[in-house]
Design a protein around this ligand. Structure first.
Ligand SMILES: [Zn+2]
Length: 456
């Protein structure tokens, strides 16, 4: 045996128990008591052993609205590792007119030599044509088994809706998931023009430009189109009950429909836009919502209405965030990979909003199952990759930008106090983070060719 973790508390989506884990050749070989001997043995008594986090929504290195993220595949995946995440699935955004396959190759080129944890890719569809549909079939059979659609102006969704519907049908035929960003551009344009007329087109009024109803209209349309196209559908970063209603209705009629939320909607409300300094830091698509929606989302996450939590990690400097003044030009996104799991544990599990088993399910098991990574990733079982987060549930930490590994020069949760923090991250049997120190090598992360969709 290469490594034995002794006396830890193993937590999966199904059970919690004390055991030793024996790791060999990068996978979990034995689970039991009194295992050994091994080349290295660690006593992890008092620690939780979680499956490493699987974050299926990241933008670790890309350009949006003319701004390039300050983190890249190297710094982003180091942050992920330090935060207990051992797999990411990143979004490929093709340049205008670029073939999907070429964009995927470009993304793999960026990851090469830099990535420190395993990764997969979701290609994004812009104005899909017949040729795109051919590429989708090819990519799906090559392990890229999910495709992203934006319902907003970014993808000119309303203009090309018939083509997006055809692409959804192609995804269904190819065994691929359709991931949809649900916000209705017609509502956003109408409200943005109204804010402009009222002299309110600025960051303080950002949330008003993209209200809950815009998410609800789009989410309803997204699940209905997916039903028509016979494609499994995954609604990304839902932020409010209007989005959840559409998801619930779809699931009630037996549709393969799933939903994700994102840390900012659990921990922050739109009051932040009112009087805080640098409100640009809180800008994401969709915006922060009323405070009551935070509890709605916690309940949905705990009860299983929502399946996953993902970061939507996108890091921009404060200068980049502050460059634009009008709501339609504000750069959305924030660094989140290092804080997602400790914030969820502290605010969710410790405050009795989220069961421990659900913590593991939403951050590892469910995303791995939905995106063709399970059981290689997303659980602690014999034969699974030894991707393990050794978590100290008692460690108090005050979140400070200076202690984190992002190149972003500000931190969304600056000053937040949490209890519980990763003490060690293991990726394919290799200890890559110990006590906040990254020990792995750049480029050790591998591209994972994912399986086609099967209903979990
Ligand atoms: Zn995103």
């Amino acid at each position: 045996m290469d490594l034995i973790l002794r006396n830890g508390t193993v937590v999966t989506a199904a059970e919690t128990y004390k055991a030793d884990l024996g790791i060999e050749g990068g996978t979990i070989k034995q689970i039991g008591t009194g295992l050994g001997p091994a080349k290295r043995e660690l006593d992890v008594a008092g620690k939780y052993l979680f499956p490493g986090g699987v974050d299926v929504h990241t933008h670790v290195e890309f350009t949006l609205l003319g701004e390039t993220t300050v983190d890249d595949f190297h710094s982003s995946t180091i942050m992920a590792a330090c935060g207990g995440i051992t797999t990411i699935v990143d979004y490929v955004l093709p340049n205008p007119g670029q073939l999907l396959i070429d964009a995927v190759e470009m993304w793999n080129g960026r990851a090469k030599g830099k990535t420190v944890i395993d990764y997969g890719l979701h290609p994004t569809l812009f104005k899909p044509t017949e040729r795109t549909r051919g590429e989708m079939a090819e990519l799906a059979s090559d392990g890229y088994t999910s495709f992203k659609i934006f319902m907003t102006g970014l993808a000119e969704f309303d203009h090309y809706a018939p083509d997006y519907l055809k692409a959804m049908a192609q995804a269904g035929k190819s065994g691929a998931m359709i991931n949809i960003h649900c916000e209705d551009q017609c509502c956003i344009t109408f409200l943005t023009e109204q804010l402009e007329r009222e002299g309110k087109n600025n960051v303080r009024h950002f949330a008003e430009s993209r209200p809950r109803i815009a998410e609800g209209i789009a989410a309803k349309r997204a699940v209905d189109m997916a039903l028509l196209a016979d494609a499994p559908v995954y609604l990304v970063h839902l932020s409010c009950e209007e989005g959840l209603d559409a998801l619930n209705d779809a699931r009630a009629r037996g549709q393969a429909a799933y939903g994700e939320t994102r840390p900012i909607y659990l921990h922050l409300s739109k009051d932040r836009f009112k009087d805080e300094k640098d409100p640009e830091r809180y800008v994401g698509w969709p915006p922060l919502r009323d405070a009551d929606q935070m509890e709605v989302l916690w309940q949905a996450l705990d009860s299983g209405v929502l399946q996953t939590l993902a970061t939507d990690h996108t890091s921009f400097s404060m200068a980049q965030k502050k460059k634009h003044k009008k709501v339609e030009d504000l750069v959305p996104g924030m660094s989140a990979l290092e804080t997602m799991l400790p914030m969820l544990y502290s605010e969710g599990v410790l405050k009795n909003r989220l069961k421990l088993s659900r913590f593991v399910d939403v951050t590892a098991t469910a995303p791995a199952k939905l995106f063709g990574l399970y059981p290689q990733k997303g659980t602690i079982a014999i034969g699974s990759d030894a991707d393990i987060l050794v978590f100290d549930p008692k460690k108090p930490v005050t979140i400070r930008q200076k202690d984190l590994h992002s190149r972003q020069d500000w931190e969304l949760f600056e000053g937040f106090k949490v209890t519980g923090w990763p003490s060690m991250t293991i990726s394919r049997g290799e200890i890559i983070v110990e006590n906040g120190k990254f020990l792995g090598e750049a480029g050790r992360g591998k591209l994972i060719k994912r399986k086609t969709f099967t209903s979990p």
